[in-house]
Design a protein around this ligand. Structure first.
Ligand code: XIL
Length: 318
């Protein structure tokens, strides 16, 4: 099987990457492909850099698991994405239920962002500074950060990250950015406001958690990415998976091949799309069955680490 990363680099992209967590890193059969830098030359940690994992109680930071992922990734010559600094989910209750006032939550936020970005400085290439801050209709998600601080929580997080590591890339990451919709419009407007206020943002990440047979067309995906790029940022596809309604049939696997091809081709067609990260690589480990009952088989390799038609859909796109 050809190496996806090698093909992507030859075609002018930075990477094809994988999300990975410490659970699957214990599985040596899984790690044969996961460790092949010709296949995946970029890594995003699935869970171990999230707030609940890194600051489970106030100002007590735990980096052991994340360090293991980062050291493995970098020692094999892979690029690292940080995921994620500010998110309403997997947020410990000492933050989400705190009733901190504005000043206290601002300092908690600054301390968290600064400590993580400094700890991984020189190792993480780009951070998902914010994750999922808008609703589908483009209104603000009512997180503890937004409710307590207002929109400026975004400025505060991006400014703290930039100060902690002036050379790191700074992204806002979200799902449902695959199409022209109200959420895309909210990001375009936000990037413009941030830039007008002198806040550095270098990228918008499109998670791309898609449903096979219902993915937007190539034209729509490209125009969504281009609309973001027009604000002066790079884009990346950050958590690509394309779930199938079970049971699996060969017709559904062929449809999934087309859908993977479309999504990866969309990134290829946009010069400022830096790369594609898949949300794992094998159906053995995927968040999909646990989160979307009745769906599964969302990744390009099957549970026995055998390439599915979807894998060749990616190859054809590169
Ligand atoms: C998921 C992980 O894969 C799961 O293991 C965890 O239980 C929940 O979070 N968007 C994101 C990711 O940005 O961090 C989420 O990852 C999936 C949705």
């Amino acid at each position: 099987t050809p190496g996806l990363a090698d093909l992507a680099v030859a075609a002018g992209k930075q990477y094809i990457g994988q999300m990975i967590d410490t659970t699957e890193m214990q599985n040596s059969a899984y790690m044969v492909i996961a460790s092949n830098v010709h296949m995946f030359n970029q890594v995003t940690p699935g869970n171990k850099m999230k707030w609940d994992a890194t600051e489970p109680s106030r100002n007590l930071f735990t980096f052991g698991a994340a360090d293991n992922i980062v050291n493995w990734a970098l020692s094999g010559g892979r690029q690292m994405r940080g995921h994620t600094l500010v998110w309403h989910s997997q947020l410990p209750s000492w933050v989400s239920n705190s009733n901190f006032n504005n000043g206290t939550l601002v300092s908690v936020l600054q301390n968290h962002v600064t400590t993580l970005v400094k700890h991984f400085s020189g190792k993480v290439k780009t951070w998902d500074v914010t994750n999922e801050i808008f609703n589908e209709d483009g209104t603000w998600r009512q997180s503890v950060f937004y409710k307590t601080i207002g929109e400026y929580f975004v400025d505060i997080a991006f400014r703290a990250a930039a100060a902690a590591d002036p050379s790191v890339g700074l992204a806002a990451n979200d799902y449902n950015l695959d199409n022209n919709n109200s959420k895309i419009a909210a990001y375009i407007a936000l990037v413009k406001r941030l830039k007008a206020r002198g806040v550095k943002i270098t990228q918008v990440g499109s998670q791309a958690h898609l449903i096979s047979g219902q993915t937007p067309s190539f034209t729509f995906m490209v125009s969504a990415l281009n609309a973001l790029v027009a604000t002066g940022v790079d884009v990346a596809i950050t958590e690509l998976d394309i779930r199938i309604q079970l049971p699996i049939t060969s017709a559904k696997l062929d449809q999934q091949k087309k859908d993977y091809n479309t999504a990866v081709r969309a990134c290829m067609a946009v010069p400022r799309c830096v790369g594609v990260t898949i949300a794992g690589y094998s159906d053995k480990y995927s968040w999909v069955p646990g989160t979307f009952p009745g769906y599964g088989a969302a990744l390009p390799f099957d549970e026995n680490y055998k390439a599915k038609p979807a894998f060749y859909g990616i190859v054809d796109a590169l």
